[in-house]
Design a protein around this ligand. Sequence first.
Ligand code: PMP
Length: 441
Amino acid sequence: MAATAPNDLSNWWMPFSDNRYFKANPRLLAAAKDMHYTTADGRRVLDGTAGLWCVNAGHGREPIVRAIQEQAATLDFAPTFQLGHPLAFQLAARVAGIMPDGLDRVFFTNSGSESVDTALKIALAYWRARGQGQRTRLIGRERGYHGVGFGGISVGGIVTNRRAFGPGLTGVDHLPHTHDPARNAFSRGQPAHGADLADRLEAIIALHGADTIAAVIVEPLAGSTGVLVPPVGYLERLRAITAHHGILLIFDEVISGCGRLGAATAAERFGVTPDLICLAKGLTNAAVPMGAVAVSRHVHDAIVDAPGDAPGIELFHGYTYSAHALACAAGIATLDLYASEGLFARARGLEDVWADALHGLKGLPHVIDIRNFGLVAGIELSPRPDAPGARGQDIFRSMFDAGLLIRVTGDIIALSPPLIISTDQIGEMVDRLAQGLRQLA
Ligand code: PMP
C-alpha cells in the first residue's frame, strides 16, 4: 500500500507536541516492520526507542497480528463487569507467571497512566479495608513520571506536567531524585553513589507518622526523565524502610517491565519485591493499548474479603475496556513471543555490547554523561545556556531526518530499542548518533 501524506493537519491536536511547529514541519510515519519505521515519503528509520519504549519484540510481528485478527473475528468485545471471557483469565495467569512470587492478582487497564491511578486507588482501598482509612498520604519522587492522570501527575515529579492543572491530589510528598552527575557521571550499570537518598523516606515518615502513609511509588529505573538508573542498594533500602513501617511499595514498571532491563521486571532484575507492579507498553508489544497492575495476594485478599461498601462489588473501579479481548489476544501472543525467542535473556546478553558501544560516545561534543542498564541508555548533553532543551530538539530532528528515531527529554537522549536489535544495528545506531553529535557542534 502506497504511503500518502495527509493533506490536512489542522484537526488533530497532538499530545506532548509543539503543534504549530509540527504542522509547519510534519514528520510522518506510515509503516513499520521489525526494527524499522517507514516514513510517509518512503524513508526507512531505525527505531532506537521501540516506539515509545513499548514495541519490545519489534514491529509488525506476525503471531501478534494474527492473534488480533483472529480475536476480532471471534469475540471483538466482552464486558468484564460481572462477566468474563477466556483470554482475560489466560492472560492474567500468564502475567502472574512472570511477576515476582506473590504478585499474582492482576487488574487490567488500558495504559500506564491508568495502571498508576489504579495502583494508587488499590493502595488506598487496602488501608480502608483494613480499618486504617487514615492512611491516605502518598509518596512519589522528584523526576518520577507516572503518566498523566491526576494521581500520576500528583505523585510524579515533573513540574511542567502539573503546573497547568491545579493542585492535584493533596497529601503527597516526594523523595529526592537519584541523579547525581557530580559523583556518578559515566557510570556503567548501577551507579555507586546514592543509596543513602532512600533514607529521606525516614524523614518524611517522621514528619507525618507512618500511620498516615498509604504507599510509596517509584519507577525502579526512571525512564522518561532521562534514564536514571537506581544506585546500588537504593531500592533495597526503600523496601526495607517501607516494610519496617508497614507502608505499601509500588513499582511503576511501565517502562522497566517486559524485558527492557533484561528480565521480566526490574523487581526480578534488582531482587527487590514491591507490593504492586504497574505494567503497560511492552505487555502487548503496544499493538493494542493495555496496562495491568500486578497485586500481591495479601493486598488483594484484604480488599476482596472485607465487608464492602455495597453488596456484590469489592472495588468500585474498572474501565469499559479492562481486559479488552483484542488486547488480551495481543498480550498472550506477545508473552508467547518473548518466551519463544528468549527476548528478556537476549536483552541481558546484549547489555555489555550495548554499554561498550554507548560509552564509546564519551568525549564527543556536548556529551556530559552516559548511563545504561539492560537495553536502555541515557546520553546527557550540556544545555545551550540561552536555550535549554534546544540541543535535544536539534538532535532529535536531525537524527530522524538521518534515519534514526531517538527520544529526547530536554537535552537528554534516551535510547531503548526493540529487544530484537542485532549487534550490527547497535553499531549503526551509535555511529549515526556520533555523526549527529559531531554535526551538532
Ligand atoms: N509510567 C511510566 C513509568 C511511564 O514511562 C509511562 C509512559 N511513558 C506511564 C506511566 C504512562 O503510560 P501511558 O502513556 O500509557 O499512560
